[in-house]
Ligand binder design. Structure first.
Ligand SMILES: O=C(O)CCC(=O)C(=O)O
Length: 273
């Protein structure tokens, strides 16, 4: 492995690294095969079905329901009385097939290149469910402000989204604003809601620079923690499930679990420090 760590069959190409620097993201289309995706979708559905079994207390923020269980934070859909899960964070420890994904070189090798480091660890990871008709949108936001209180090196938390279903405008494809990462933390909304400051004020980025990730299942979007991103609700009868994994340099602790989870083909087991 080279000193910078950007090596292997799935290493980031010079053009991808240039795009990450200039645009804040790059895309790889249809990287995972249908049979692999089916394994991941089945694992996701099992985790979602069992998510409520881990106890915990439900609470509300800005009228939306959350639950911190022993295993994960659950976000529920945004209509009154919703029982449907919208997001589960984290998830790798909840199913062996999802744990294996953390180490997949298709996830880690390009991340090593983005971070210019020889080895990486997991920071956090989310299942975004986006169910047919009910899956709500994600307002424009950067991830960096969410993490800034917990990480002193927030610039070095690149994300990779893996699409589990074909994504288009109708089922609420992921969207990212080209170049919006360049000015670091952007001002949030001053709308008197509790989470308003975590949603990016559209006065501070160019909405017309939006890239719509209309992609087949099994595609990847690698994006910066400072990139403004979001998505519309799912208005279709098709799911738009996705996994978002966020990495950091090796040896560092996770966001929501007090342990280190180094990642990569040589790092198969969790290390509880
Ligand atoms: O899944 C999406 O469409 C948006 C995801 C997102 O914004 C996030 O996970 O931070």
């Amino acid at each position: 492995m080279s000193a910078g760590g950007n090596s292997g069959r799935f290493a980031a190409t010079p053009d991808e690294l240039r795009r990450y620097g200039e645009d804040g993201f790059f895309v790889r289309s249809a990287v995972f095969a249908p049979a692999e995706l089916e394994v991941l979708r089945q694992a996701v559905e099992k985790v979602v079905a069992e998510a409520g079994e881990h106890g915990g207390k439900t609470y509300e923020i800005d009228g939306n329901r959350y639950r911190d269980t022993e295993a994960a934070t659950l976000q529920y859909e945004h209509h009154a009385g919703a029982e449907m899960i919208r997001v589960i964070e984290p998830f790798h420890h909840l199913h062996p097939d999802l744990d294996r994904l953390v180490d997949d070189p298709r996830m880690t090798e390009a991340i090593c290149g983005i971070l210019s480091c020889p080895a990486v660890a997991l920071w956090t990871e989310k299942i975004n469910c986006k169910r047919p008709f009910e899956g709500s949108g994600f307002r424009w936001h950067q991830d960096s402000p969410y993490w800034s209180h917990a990480c002193s090196d927030v610039e070095r938390l690149p994300n990779v989204m893996l699409t589990l279903d074909d994504a288009d405008e109708e089922n609420g494809c992921f969207r990212v604003i080209r170049g919006s990462h360049r000015n670091g933390f952007l001002p949030g909304l001053d709308d008197e809601s509790q989470l308003g400051p975590l949603f990016t004020d559209p006065k501070h980025f160019d909405e017309t620079a939006e890239y719509k990730a209309i992609l087949p299942a099994g595609s990847q979007v690698f994006f910066s923690p400072h990139s403004v991103h979001g998505s519309q609700p799912n208005r279709s009868d098709r799911p738009r499930r996705a996994l978002v994994l966020t990495y950091q340099p090796a040896g560092r602790r996770m966001f929501k679990i007090d342990a280190t989870r180094n990642a990569g083909p040589e790092q198969r087991s969790s290390e509880i420090a």
